[in-house]
Design a protein around this ligand. Sequence first.
Ligand code: GLC
Length: 536
Amino acid sequence: MKVDCHHSAGSSRSPTWHPVGWRLVTPRTDAPWWRSGVVYQVYPRSFADADGDGVGDLEGVRQRLDHLEWLGVDAVWLSPFYRSPMADFGYDVSDFCDVDPLFGDLAGFDRLLEEAHSRGIRIVVDFVPNHSSDQHEWFQASRRSRDDPKRHWYVWRDGRGPGEPPNNWLGAFIDGGSAWTLDPATDQWYLHQFLPEQPDLNWANPEVVEAMHDVMRFWLDRGVDGFRIDVVHCIGRDPDYPDDPPPWSEIPHCASNEHPSTHAHIRGMRALAESYDGDRVLIGETALPGTRWVAPYYGRGDELHLAFNFAATHAPWDAVAWRRRVERLAEELDPRSAWPSWVLSNHDIVRHRSRYGGGEARARAAAVALLTQRGTPFLYAGEELGLEDATIPADRVVDPGGRDGCRAPIPWTSDPGHGWGPSPWLPFPPDAARRAVDAQRADPTSILHLYRRLLAARRASPALSLGALQLLDAPPGVLAWRRHQDGDERITLVHMGDRPVVVEWRGVVEVASDGVGEGDELRGHLQPDTAVVLRP
Ligand code: GLC
């Protein structure tokens, strides 16, 4: 096992790579790729299984790049594939600079990166700065004695009294349990905002900052296009570790952690990323209660390039609720010239199709809303297939956080194996044969083809990819907006209500969520759970 990340794996690979695919060229603008692009999240365990062991792997991702190129995504974000005991399925990292054998090896990662780049697809990797695995050698050393040189790489405190943790913070995924665990070896408590197997790193220690910068350099040197940074708002903490006041004391501490030192740490990461050329992006997971909390993490153009905007994942299928969120995003982000992002699904939450009731019409209309909003959209693998969450029988539950349903394997083929080894790690999602990639590719009316048309429309239109957004007055139940840029213009209408409505806008239907009438003038009415993109 490697001792640290100081090494020159990247020396064989120039950090400056030049786009080969035509799709990397953003026409008519010098905006960085991550503003106009669409990012596709791959959860490696669930994506594609090349070696047939029932768990997805990096070679599986490489073999399925055809699908991603055909779909038309600009970048892939890979959830963790690093060495890990898998207490949190990879978000507990025991070596930040190596690939877990379950997923392949570093040479396999390099092959994937190279082939993705040759197809014009960028690769963003997950960076998990807040914690390591308890099996990481740093923590193994840290827990050994109070005098170990690595002791203060983690957060150790005395309890308040016998059996009493240092404060009232709650950990995530441990059912109301404390964020502190007593380690009998040294009779002190260590902090873990997540599972006890995920001790928090101590970013107040400059040695930790330097070590984690080395991790970033390791992957940047290999040629990655940036990082999705896990719970980055958690890394700075009040050095006094005060109790959380109500109501925050009722929920895991990480859901409200806020400390000014975090901003300085993010500025450090940004400066490092910018010392490389090629628009390396920093995308922060700032899972805080709302846009007002998230906006400061863009800094003054010197912190995150993008912060996940989870507003839509909390919004019901309701035009008023969505409108308010779109307005709030502009209110908070525009004064900072910060570029928004949009997310409907990911590996931590119930897929949007299931959240919105399970029907395909709504999932399709939601895709139109996501892909024509102002901001960088994030797609979660399988949403282009209209997947719902899988039903997980009690004896197959594996995630302590209850997130197995959205992590069901992607069905590639309609035969019973769906392109996987004999025993996939989780059951397939409902209707897997009909929603498999091969079945949907053969059917031009499928939701998969809708996503592809939306991505193509977005790429071809400066208004849709980069333009300003203006909300429009619309009949009850309808969310309507106009996008415009350099004389290019589009209007999106999304009907979230339950009765057909008459709409007054005229224009040619460029994309329709149900595929009906594309290329024709809009007929003046809109059915519930449908959406259209109009061009003048
Ligand atoms: C983030 C990840 C989640 C993980 C947690 C702890 O929220 O998205 O999957 O469990 O951080 O790393």
